[in-house]
Design a protein around this ligand. Structure first.
Ligand SMILES: C[S@@+](CC[C@H](N)C(=O)[O-])C[C@H]1O[C@@H](n2cnc3c(N)ncnc32)[C@H](O)[C@@H]1O
Length: 556
């Protein structure tokens, strides 16, 4: 799970002035998309460092206007690669958001600025900051109301083992406002036991119950494993957990008892499911991942069992058990930054019940609080009593989520992109270059776009610009001129041809009755259906675009 630990440090701050304060927002030079974001900021009239003034006497309306200005900058600073690539292409859309993820991230960045300032200033002098905070919270609430995914709780589940784990957690210092329950279609999940606000800590886990490499170091296998050239601590942990799950006196026995007998991830897909993926890139992804595990097992495990059978008991180290451990670590581990500054891959009892959502409540987690020596899970959006509280595992595509976690999230996933085999070279564009210089290109469902007008067609602008340049090297203005329109027709026809072949490769809708199919075939068919919908939306957009261009041409 990718928990936002590796973001460039922000130098945003609030400075007190004689008649109020000044909010300083700065794009980090270490941002991997620094030049693209800098160009975007410039195109909206901002610099990479902006100071926004607040006067003590600002009225609520003025504060709302200032907040909008701050958000315009914060949104750009917090864009990720996919959001940048697919962009916001409506020239007059400065009041619109880029994506739900980006909006909540931008709003939370303003909140954390206010909080860090308020904690060192006398609040009563800062009434206008309070008004600003209220406005931010109001917007987060509006967003939460707009983007809700309902999950149904299966109340017939007794969850006895999970209750046992909750009790064990409590006795070990876990603080929680969540309880474990069965959620339809997602196994177990965590449900809020009271209304939770933005900033509330839904769950707090003491470091003492986190499973990390320290436990391997204390085990009887460490002196053997440490001699293996190039072995990672993740692999050591994986081998350790294969044995520890059977250890009746393990400190983590209650935790291991709650784990499923089998994980249903893409790594366990059978032949029928793999065949059903024909024509998709997921087939390749799963085959490669399976092959990687096969080679890793063959190189590592049989020699350990042969040379140290008293430590690596052959019956605990079968290929099936190795796959179980890989799936456990892929689908349940989190990267945690400890107080010594080291990032370690860990299993976290109780937190491991948090499911993923495209509209998560918890986004920033994974850094141990040095004051309490605990790992905290704070909310970036409210969660009501009885609602499932979800995490963001990261900005992953459905193919990644299927391969390593075994599910497709509910709702439209903006990270479901199809990469295109066009190699353009070069990293982030250099200073002064247009924002459209990208090293690789991709598409996604054109339903995500709000601009289906001529020259846009709901398709990504970087791709269109690249194809325009490849067809005709002359600079391209988006103007209604014969040469431009003729070039547009060529570009759209090229795309039509590429995506028609992709659609042919995907074949017709499968006639398998998916109600009777096994879990893996069902998931494979669902994924393939998504691929067809994406490709079909592109073909529809190309056809609509060609009509638009031809209409314009006929009027010239
Ligand atoms: C960290 S565990 C979460 C707890 C898990 N549901 C359980 O019962 O143990 C991750 C696994 O939960 C399931 N999961 C997580 N989010 C999901 C979602 N949005 N929809 C369906 N399954 C999900 C997947 O099986 C995934 O591999």
């Amino acid at each position: 799970m990718d928990n936002n630990n590796n973001k460039p440090c922000s130098s945003n701050k609030i400075i007190k002035t004689s008649d109020g304060c000044e909010i300083v927002l700065e794009l980090s030079q270490n941002d991997p998309f620094f030049y693209k974001k800098k160009n975007l900021l410039h195109s909206m009239g901002f610099d990479i460092r902006e100071q926004v003034q607040f006067h003590r006497s600002s009225c609520p309306d003025a504060i709302a206007t200032i907040l909008e200005r701050i958000l315009q900058i914060a949104r750009i600073i917090h864009l990720d690669e996919v959001e940048l690539y697919f962009g916001k292409v409506n020239d007059c859309s400065s009041f619109e958001y880029w994506s739900p993820r980006n909006e909540v991230e931008a709003l939370n960045s303003v909140l954390s600025l206010i909080n860090s300032y308020s904690s060192c200033e006398r609040q009563k002098e800062m009434n206008f900051l309070q008004t600003l905070q209220d406005e931010v919270l109001k917007r987060i609430q509006e967003f939460t109301d707009k983007n809700k995914v309902e999950s149904r709780i299966d109340r017939s589940c007794s969850c006895d083992k999970e209750k046992c784990l909750e009790k064990w957690g409590e006795s070990n210092g876990v603080k929680t406002s969540l309880k474990i329950a069965c959620v339809e279609g997602a196994g177990r999940g965590a449900i809020a036991t009271k209304d939770l606000k933005v900033g509330d800590i839904a769950l707090e886990i003491p470091v003492s119950i986190i499973i990390s490499e320290e436990h391997v170091h204390k085990s009887d296998m460490y002196h053997i494993l440490e001699k293996i050239d190039g072995i990672t601590s993740e692999t050591m942990l994986l081998l350790w957990s294969m044995k520890e799950r059977h250890n009746c006196s393990s400190k983590f026995k209650i935790y291991f008892d709650t784990l499923p007998e089998e994980f249903k991830t893409g790594l366990s897909f059978g032949v029928d499911a793999i065949m059903a993926l024909d024509g998709t890139l997921l087939l390749e992804e799963i085959m490669q991942a399976k092959e990687h595990l096969r080679v890793q097992y063959d190189e590592l495990v049989p020699p350990l069992c042969k040379n140290y059978p008293e430590v690596f008991l052959p019956e605990l180290y079968t290929r099936e058990q190795f796959l179980w451990a890989c799936e456990l670590w892929y689908s349940n581990s989190m990267k945690v930054m400890f107080v010594d500054g080291k990032l370690r891959t860990c299993l976290i009892p109780i937190a491991g019940f948090l499911n993923h959502s495209l509209y998560p409540h918890i986004v920033h987690y994974g850094k141990v609080d040095s004051a309490t020596n605990t790992l905290k899970f704070p909310l970036t959006r409210p969660c009501c009593f009885g609602e499932q509280c979800c995490l963001s595992y990261g900005n992953f595509s459905s193919s990644h989520l299927i391969t390593f976690y075994g599910f497709m999230p509910q709702g439209d996933n903006p990270y479901d992109v199809i990469p295109l085999d066009i190699d353009v070279g070069d990293a982030d564009c250099i200073e002064g270059c247009p924002t459209s210089s990208w090293t690789s290109h991709m598409v996604r469902g054109t339903w995500f776009s709000n601009n289906h007008n001529i020259f846009y067609y709901g398709l990504p602008s970087p791709l269109l610009d690249y194809l325009r340049g490849a067809r005709s090297p002359a600079p391209h203005a988006k103007t209604i001129e014969i040469s431009n329109l003729e070039n547009e027709i060529e570009v759209l026809k090229d795309l039509q041809s590429t995506f028609s072949s992709m659609m042919e490769n995907l074949g017709d809708t499968d006639l398998v009755d998916s109600d009777d199919a096994s879990w893996d075939v069902k998931l494979a068919l669902e994924f393939k259906d998504l691929q067809r919908r994406i490709v079909s939306s592109i073909l529809t957009s190309c056809a609509a675009g060609l009509n638009l261009v031809q209409d314009e041409l006929s009027e010239l």
